[in-house]
Ligand binder design. Structure first.
Ligand code: ARG
Length: 563
């Protein structure tokens, strides 16, 4: 939104100073103090010999104001510029009206393909808070990449292979029930796993059986693979339902089990590169030189490991998708593993080694239901929804107006969970706080949804319609400009968040926008106003509503029309 203003400054200042227009364009920043205008430029960036303060004075004096730039003034070694707010207002309102859901998106990633691997729970194990974070952060990254014009493949890399699945199969023979498996595969497999695990602790015999079973799996024994395939298929079907509730879709359900050929090829590549060392029958790669220790890639009995499968998967993924970028959204508890993986890919001199990125995050502490520990995603969602539903019922009048209170409770509670999670930088641990999750005030998900729903309600109740040709010259209040300035920043937020992939950047922006909207409610009325004023103001609120909705969608949330 600001590009044409920045270009106008850059072109003229370049002519006056002889400096590079591009350097000026890139160097234009919002000034520290609001009273200093809209953009500030630091003269030393030009790398021109002379006294920066004197140059700032000279250049500002020579700068001719025009229909876009209304003021240029020096301040120490800086020049501060003010832009014509009415031009900005007209540009913004027009752009939002024309682009609607697309407002804020850009095409910088056109023709490029990214794979985002996220969520990746383990079959028969709890879906813990770490998986929840991977799920929502990963989905956010997909939305963000799409908004920046990329093609995105979302991938779930299930933990569905390894000795523990041998153990699970052994357990299923003893404790399994077909009926329960049909009913809720995820929970039942978990129960079976817990029982057999407890038994295996005291009985080495069971461990041996599990090892032998897994060996048969790795050898491709059809009988054992049949059972395992059923576990996997049924778990995926159930997962799909739960993800659907979050509005999340995976293009690919991959998993450790799906890495086949790639692994042998990985082993061969490692051997050819002279990286593999024998150690008492097992094989390992030595990454001591890079302070990454030694990593086992093949066990004594010939079975493979988590790392080996990841190396194989990386090779297969590139061959299948020819991605320009691949992002692994995995807890910082696995930093070491991913460093080993990426280092190995690097050492193998694979030409695509620079396309890998690990996006990590800290822990959620103390996430349990009020009854006890949560182990399944579904429980987390149900629990929060039910609590939220109770809170909503307390406001009887409003509650009576909702057509689908369950749906609203579900979306509001998701918003609460997400925004709490996204509030700080990813790497930070945080304590799950029920009071905060359920609060409708402060920087919370419900607050953002409420701002959106309130804007929708205003549009429903206004006695005028959204009119793109409304006479905007009646808009003179400072509240208008506060909203317009926020709305105008959204396209830049979408772009700049690509550098950090921090959801908190978008949450901070969305909260600020919501606050400006709330502040405007007090002075900028639409009801009971002359028609021309109502129309113009409604268009401003409309631009805020569209932008807020777009921001919520990038965060992975459905904007609510009523709540
Ligand atoms: N399934 C793993 C876990 O729950 C996460 C997988 C992460 N991705 C990967 N490519 N290693 O710990």
């Amino acid at each position: 939104m600001f590009d044409r203003f920045k270009t106008a400054i850059a072109e003229q200042l370049s002519e006056i100073s002889g400096g590079d227009a591009k350097v000026i364009f890139e160097g234009l920043q919002p000034p520290k103090e609001e009273t200093h205008g809209d953009f500030s430029f630091a003269i030393p960036r030009l790398r021109i010999k002379g006294n920066p303060k004197q140059m700032a004075i000279d250049f500002a004096e020579k700068f001719k104001t025009n229909e876009l730039i209304t003021k240029a003034a020096s301040s120490g070694p800086f020049i501060n510029f003010s832009i014509d707010k009415n031009v900005l207002r007209d540009d913004v309102l027009k752009a939002v009206y024309e682009q609607k859901e697309k407002y804020g998106t850009n095409t910088t990633g056109k023709g490029q393909h990214a794979i985002v691997e996220f969520s990746s729970p383990n079959i028969a194990k709890p879906f813990h808070a770490g998986h929840l974070r991977s799920t929502i952060i990963g989905h956010f990254i997909c939305q963000l990449y799409k908004a920046n014009g990329w093609d995105v493949t979302s991938m779930n890399y299930l933990g569905d292979w390894g000795k523990q699945y041998g153990l699970l199969a052994v357990g299923f023979k003893k404790y399994g029930s077909e009926e329960k498996l049909e009913q809720d595969p995820i929970k039942h497999l978990y129960e079976v796993y817990v029982s057999i695990n407890a038994e295996a602790e005291n009985d080495p015999n069971i461990q041996d059986q599990a090892r032998a079973y897994f060996k048969r799996m790795e050898e491709g024994d059809e009988e054992v693979l049949g059972l395992w395939q059923r576990f996997r298929d049924m778990s995926i079907a159930k997962y799909k339902d739960i993800y659907a509730r979050l509005g999340i879709h995976f293009d690919v359900y991959s998993g450790e089990s799906q890495v086949t050929n790639g692994m042998n090829r990985a082993m061969k590549l490692l051997e050819d590169a002279g990286m593999v060392k024998e150690d008492d029958g097992a094989q390992l790669i030595d990454l001591e030189k890079y302070k990454l220790g030694k990593a086992l890639v093949k066990k004594k009995d010939g079975t493979t490991l988590y790392l080996t499968r990841d190396i194989g998967a990386a090779i297969e993924r590139y061959e299948t998708y020819k991605f320009d970028k691949i992002i692994y959204v995995v807890s910082s508890q696995q930093d070491h593993h991913l460093k080993q993986l990426f280092k190995t890919i690097d050492l193998l001199k694979l030409p695509y080694a620079d396309k890998f990125q690990h996006i990590n995050y800290g822990l959620i502490l103390g996430m349990s239901t009020r009854k006890g520990t949560v182990v399944f995603l579904e429980d987390i969602l149900d629990n929060t929804r039910d609590h939220m539903h109770e809170v909503m019922k307390q406001n009887e009048d409003k509650y009576a107006q909702l057509e689908e209170p369950e749906y609203v409770a579900d979306v509001v509670s998701k918003s609460a969970i997400y925004v709490q999670d996204f509030a700080a930088r990813r790497i930070k641990d945080y304590k799950f706080n029920w009071d905060r999750v359920l609060s409708f005030e402060g920087d919370t998900g419900p607050y953002l949804q409420y701002a959106h729903a309130r804007l929708c309600s205003m549009e429903r109740r206004a006695n005028v319609k959204i009119n793109p040709n409304a006479d905007l010259s009646v808009l003179t209040e400072p509240a208008v400009y506060s909203i317009i300035t926020m709305v105008a920043q959204w396209p830049d937020v979408v772009k700049s968040t690509m550098e950090t992939l921090e959801p908190s950047t978008v949450v901070t922006y969305t909260t600020r926008l919501s606050r400006e909207i709330a502040r405007a409610w007090e002075t900028l009325w639409v009801v009971n106003q002359p028609e021309n004023i109502a129309e113009a103001r409604l268009l401003v609120y409309y631009s805020a509503r569209i932008t807020l909705g777009n921001a919520l969608r990038i965060l992975g949330l459905d904007p609510l029309e009523r709540m």
